[in-house]
Design a protein around this ligand. Sequence first.
Ligand code: AMP
Ligand code: MG
Length: 392
Amino acid sequence: MISVRQALSLIQKHTVTPVATEVHIEQALGQVLAKDILSPIAMPPFTQSAMDGYAIRLSTDPKYKVIGESKAGDNIGYEIKKGEAVRIFTGAVIPEYTDTVVIQEHVEIKGNNIFITKLPAKGANIRLKGEQLSKNDLVLTKGHKINEASIGLLAGLGVQKLKIFQTPKTGILVTGNELQVAGTPLIAGKIYESNSVMLKSALKRNGFGNTNIYNVRDDISYTNKVIKKALSENDVLLISGGISVGKYDFVREALLSNSVKEVFYKINQKPGKPLWFGARDKKRVFALPGNPAASLVCFYIYVLPELRRQKGFTNRDLKISSGKLSRAQENRSGKSLFLKAKVNNTSVEILDGQSSAMLHSFSQANALVLIPESKKIIEEGEKVEYLELGYE
Ligand code: AMP
Ligand code: MG
């Protein structure tokens, strides 16, 4: 059985290089830029007023004659002479030979003339052409995660399309004869199916929407057929259940007969020991244990980092932090443990209910504590590392 570290490095070794695609800026939020963007224009595109006031050529004489008006959007072509002013508003073109804008609060108006009551500094209240960006300046670099400010910046430069890294298409295939869809009273012997909607939500929260869902009975030929279809329709396939060693666990066999090469099977960890990972061309398959908490742990630890790599991210989204254990914890299993925990400031409380079938403790947690396989006991107050789940 391989270790957590080995499993992570095998997945990384088999990573699929991100693929660039062109999208409209409206589709770019949260995506990773696949190519540097150079500014197609200067920003601002012309020298403009930053305030409402009067554009002047500054002199020692406080009196100026107002010869016209320039509002945002106008392009009148005034040429100012000494002692003249143009009434001007924020965003309007600065007339030729103007060097300063005096704000309207600092003038007195007498007929066609203004008298400056508080002398501005030369160059005040003017945004120079290109002061933010010159034409062909580097605006955003490859690898930048597009946020709403970047979208505004690009829109202001007239950029409509940009190259981002594609989001891999994800599918979830759920196995189990015992699974019943919610909506009708539970039949004896059945359980409500919960992994598909849980994993779909985890994908969605992390920017992987539009997941395809497939359901199969514990039947080898049916499992074979649906895996074939799911592989043709997705880049990364998550499978829930059917990967243990029971008589009715057919997922491994079905994956192998669909030519998915096994990279590893089983990790020395708790929960999530039976995790299976395989590759076929550019397709990747994670067969997750059916137990809900184990499934979700494997998602955060193994699936999400690979999905993010494929999307062009170079950092992991869920941060690893450290805190002090509030109660001593034993680890007699010789396995790596992922424990649901509640972190308060720096105090880390391991929650009750760590079984791989239990989601109640998971829903109350905000962290997964990482206990190394070699660590037999962690004392109260000892430092532990944990993955921040991002739950609020
Ligand atoms: P398996 O990995 O198929 O052996 O399933 C392990 C445990 O997880 C069993 O108790 C299953 O009933 C349960 N389980 C499997 N798939 C799901 C699912 N989609 N939703 C909820 N529980 C599941
Ligand atoms: Mg099963």
